[in-house]
Ligand binder design. Structure first.
Ligand code: 3PG
Length: 307
């Protein structure tokens, strides 16, 4: 029986694993799991005889791919695939895929929750603010951005977005206003919510120049990746602007310093939790399993990311 390995430092729910198994078993694949592992070596050992690998934010490095002698496909159960060494995948003849959209709702709900949390003094006593009537700016209007927009409208927020890969018509089709530049987005939004991937172009791209343009009392919300923030510049702008706030689903490297200096104006979840719902685990995990069967049995490559 050919082996599919789930390698997750942050495990899926038991239900999600069983659903994945129930897709793979009838197709003749045996499922093994490596959960909460502590080192790359453990992953290298476990993946040696696997034909397919399912991961979350787990790093699939050149070394892992070297060890994975039987591997044909790796699926990142989730959207961002910055944890996969795509060049090494290609060099080893391994197809790499993601499962776009499958955990977007979980991330979108968290983005709004973080906005409420920051607007209510992190649930400490004192007068907070409502989201109603305030302007939300979405940096990128993909799967997550669109869902955030819909929920935000339910709160009575005005929603606008900047996405250089979409036309004005595509953004405005569901009632979101398209703005024409990043400068405009930052300077006119009470909340900017980030929904861009971590790529060579985006890493470190959110810094002083943009954040300092935000209006009085604004909050920057990052449920994307920590790498897209220029952390030193974030610290500088928070020091200069006592009205600004930063909230993130993944702690910046200088989080302890930021908390010490800026207190309740800053918050980061202890561990990335955007996709940590039963629904997201099941959606992304079963999509990964279906994509593995689709590729190994029928050569389907729709979600391949290393072309
Ligand atoms: C994603 O890119 O899909 C999210 O960041 C989820 O990451 P996780 O699987 O590590 O929770």
């Amino acid at each position: 029986m050919e082996k599919v390995l789930i390698a997750t430092q942050k495990p899926f729910s038991k239900q999600a694993v069983e659903e994945i198994r129930s897709i793979l078993a009838p197709e003749g694949y045996g499922l093994e799991t490596l959960e909460k592992y502590g080192s790359e070596e453990e992953l290298c050992d476990a993946v040696t005889d696997a034909v397919a690998l399912i991961v979350r934010s787990d790093k699939v490095t050149a070394k892992v791919l070297e060890a994975a002698r039987e591997l044909k496909i790796v699926v990142r159960a989730g959207a961002g695939y910055d944890n996969l060494d795509l060049a090494a995948c290609t060099a080893h003849g391994v197809i790499a895929m993601n499962t776009p959209g499958q955990n977007s709702n979980a991330v979108a709900e968290l983005a709004l929750a973080l906005m409420v949390f920051m607007s209510r003094n992190q649930f400490n006593p004192g007068t907070g603010r409502e989201l109603k009537g305030r302007t939300l700016g979405l940096q990128a209007y993909g799967h997550v951005g669109r869902l955030v927009a819909g929920i935000a409208r339910g709160f009575g927020m005005k929603v606008q977005a900047f996405d250089p890969y979409l036309t004005t018509e595509q953004i405005e089709s569901d009632g979101t206003k398209a703005v024409s530049s990043m400068d405009e987005l930052y300077s006119t939004s009470d909340f900017v919510s980030l929904h861009i991937p971590a790529t060579p172009e985006t890493k470190g791209s959110i810094g002083y120049a943009l954040i300092s343009k935000m209006p009085k009392g604004a909050t920057l919300v990052n449920t994307a990746r920590k790498e897209i923030i220029n952390e030193e510049e974030l610290e500088k702008v928070l020091a200069e602007r006592e009205d600004l706030k930063y909230v993130a689903d993944v702690a910046p490297a200088n989080y302890a310093t930021l908390r010490e200096k800026f207190g309740l104006r800053v918050f980061a979840t202890p561990k990335k939790m955007g996709a940590e719902t039963a629904e997201a685990n099941e959606n992304a995990g079963t999509a990964a399993a279906r994509q593995i069967v689709g590729f190994l049995k029928h050569g389907e490559t729709r979600f391949q990311v290393n072309r």
